[in-house]
Design a protein around this ligand. Structure first.
Ligand code: GN1
Ligand code: MG
Length: 350
């Protein structure tokens, strides 16, 4: 463990009386820090393999949180510190991160009486839909747009180019064994790039999206109301399908994303409908007709993109995603491809 007292001091905070791990994030390392005055903070070590430009990352987050705070204040909301994350500036630089020579750190004020949920009931899906739609609505007029903290993160054409490179290189010598799956998936590649095409035709706008809309990226109060959206690292320009589709990919699948038994992979229509209802209550206020029409394409798009990303990593010899057993990425790719096929009838295309 790094020198926690030195890190806290850099943020002008008291020495910690207790430091313990918090949450289930796979990218950054997160700790709950309690000080002798009983104030609590969330300390995070930023994963610079995934987010190499910490200055740009934190600048994005500073602008996003300032924008949301201004919107909440316009609405007359008084408990703003419970409704939006607050990052502490480092005392020397004034920036909301600190480099200790090895690692990059940031600190948020812990929001008391808040909880996260790992699984989704239809009730949670509806409030989550409303909250993610509201989040996008508040950021819809952000100008200038935030930068891409991971370049081409949700760009399907880019993900297919990476897939193509992996097929050509066949670094791990695994292509032969998965050739039928590769061919099946490539059969839908043009359809999968519908959003990119519509954007080029001037029909689908870029919006500020969250781009990691799992239900555990939202804080609830103890009565089940949403307090705020968290994990703001991937807030960047994208198509509206990013937030809608990626939520459905994880929440509206009756099985986990790496389910080996493909017969268990089914769309949970109660969760799907509840999230849609909640989302349209808020996002419905700003979506264009084309965006509304294309929403049912979101689940296919993101299950397909994830199948492509997992299979690419399998072909590359498992260099990106952590795996728990040798064929894990292949099992994940098959599961996501099955989910994509289940989602295909939801949107016939245009
Ligand atoms: C990664 O680590 P996690 O679960 O937050 C990935 C997402 C994928 C997801 C698939 C930065 O997110 O894009 O959808 O795995 N995040 C990054 O499980 O690549
Ligand atoms: Mg995440």
């Amino acid at each position: 463990m790094n020198n926690i007292p030195q890190i806290l001091n850099a943020f002008d905070l008291d020495i910690a009386s207790e430091v313990k791990p918090l949450g289930n994030g796979l990218i950054n390392s997160t700790y709950l820090v309690t000080t002798p005055s009983a104030s609590r903070y969330v300390l995070q070590r930023i994963n610079t393999n995934v987010f190499p430009d910490v200055d740009a990352l934190q600048d994005n987050i500073d602008r996003v949180t300032a924008h949301i705070r201004a919107k909440l204040s316009e609405r007359g909301i008084t408990d703003i510190d419970r409704r939006c994350l607050r990052f502490i500036p480092a005392k020397d630089s004034g920036k909301t991160y600190y480099h200790d020579g090895t690692d990059y750190w940031r600190v948020m004020v812990y929001i008391p009486d808040s909880v996260t949920h790992e699984s989704v009931t239809p009730e949670h899906a509806e409030v989550a839909g409303r909250a993610f739609g509201d989040f996008e609505m508040m950021l819809a007029d952000m100008n200038p747009l935030p930068v891409e903290t991971i370049s081409n993160f949700h760009n399907m054409e880019f993900r297919l180019r990476q897939f193509d490179d992996a097929i050509k290189a066949d670094t791990a010598g695994r292509l032969d064994s998965v050739k039928p799956l590769v061919d099946d998936m490539l059969g839908l590649k043009e359809f999968a790039c519908t959003a990119e095409r519509l954007h080029r035709e001037g029909k689908l706008p870029l919006r500020v999206c969250h781009c990691d809309t799992k239900v555990n990226n939202m804080l609830f109060d103890l009565d089940g109301n949403v307090l705020c959206v968290i994990d703001l690292d991937t807030v960047m320009p994208g198509y509206i399908l990013s937030d809608y589709g990626d939520f459905m990919r994880t929440a509206a699948n009756r099985a986990p994303e790496d389910e080996p038994d493909l017969s268990k992979i089914e769309i949970n229509t109660e969760v799907y409908d509840a999230f849609t209802r909640g989302y349209l209550e808020t996002a419905g206020q700003f979506l264009t007709a084309t965006e509304r029409e294309i929403l049912p394409h979101g689940l296919f798009r993101f299950a397909y993109m994830q199948a492509v990303r997992f299979l690419t990593d399998y072909l590359n010899g498992d260099t990106y995603y952590k795996i728990k057993y040798p064929e894990h990425n292949l099992v994940r790719a098959r599961a996501q491809w099955k989910l994509a096929q289940e989602a295909l009838p939801l949107y016939p295309g245009k």
